[in-house]
Design a protein around this ligand. Structure first.
Ligand SMILES: N[C@@H](CCC(=O)N[C@@H](CS)C(=O)NCC(=O)O)C(=O)O
Length: 210
């Protein structure tokens, strides 16, 4: 597949905004297929054929469909290795990259949800994330090696953790400790932040108006 242009199935100001932001960070060639969640377009048969979960983000590249934001980030990082944002096999950072991409979906998301919903904490030895406290302590420990999640350079892992920590602290679901707040601030200061926010604001306004 020589053509690397892909389609991003996107709904403004949702998790697919993370993928949009990453595409902008990496300077990738993409087309947007915008879905209006309020109109239920993500649960219509045409989109369920792309993602039977009826959730965004998803990407289609040729015949390949990828869902789940971490998987999409890795797929794009490998498809565009020249961006330097996805340490490749053989690079010592590759293991760390995989570790934290999986850690986000396997540990951070369920830990934060349990805490936010005030669900009873499961026995730590039974829960893949142990506890909310241990999960967030691990994230904070890793952030301390910054400025970026894997150290000196911005990578696709920041494309997942950056938006997540931005939203989670904005909604008060995760405390903006000094380490997390400084990371969120660095993430917000990157040029792709303003561009992505403008695209999303425009799309959201069009959906509200239409
Ligand atoms: N596990 C998915 C989660 C995707 C997800 O939950 N997306 C939300 C938007 S933030 C969604 O599509 N919600 C619409 C719905 O489920 O009705 C991922 O990591 O990409």
């Amino acid at each position: 597949m020589s053509d690397r242009r892909f389609t991003l199935f996107h709904a403004p100001q949702t998790r697919s905004s993370c993928t949009l932001r990453l595409a902008e960070e990496m300077g990738l060639p993409y087309d947007l297929h915008v879905l209006d969640l309020a109109k239920g377009e993500h649960k219509a048969p045409a989109y369920l054929a792309i993602n039977p979960m009826g959730k965004v983000p998803a990407i289609r590249h040729g015949e390949v469909v990828v869902t789940e934001q971490g998987a999409i980030a890795l797929y794009l990082g490998d498809l565009f290795p020249e961006t330097g944002m996805c340490p490749q096999p053989g690079d010592p950072l590759r293991g760390s990259l995989l570790r934290w991409l999986f850690f986000y979906g396997d540990c951070v998301e369920p830990a934060v949800l349990q805490k936010a919903m005030k669900w009873e904490a499961p026995k730590a030895s039974m829960a893949g994330y142990g506890s909310y406290e241990d999960t967030m302590a691990a994230v904070e420990g890793q952030l301390a090696t910054g400025p970026w999640f894997l150290g000196e350079s911005f990578t696709i892992v920041d494309g997942v953790f950056g938006p997540a920590l931005t939203w989670l602290t904005a909604f008060g679901l995760v405390p903006a400790t000094p380490g997390i707040a400084a990371y969120v601030e660095r993430f917000a200061a990157r040029p792709a932040a303003a561009k992505t926010a403008a695209i999303d604001a425009d799309l959201a306004a069009k959906q509200k108006g239409g």
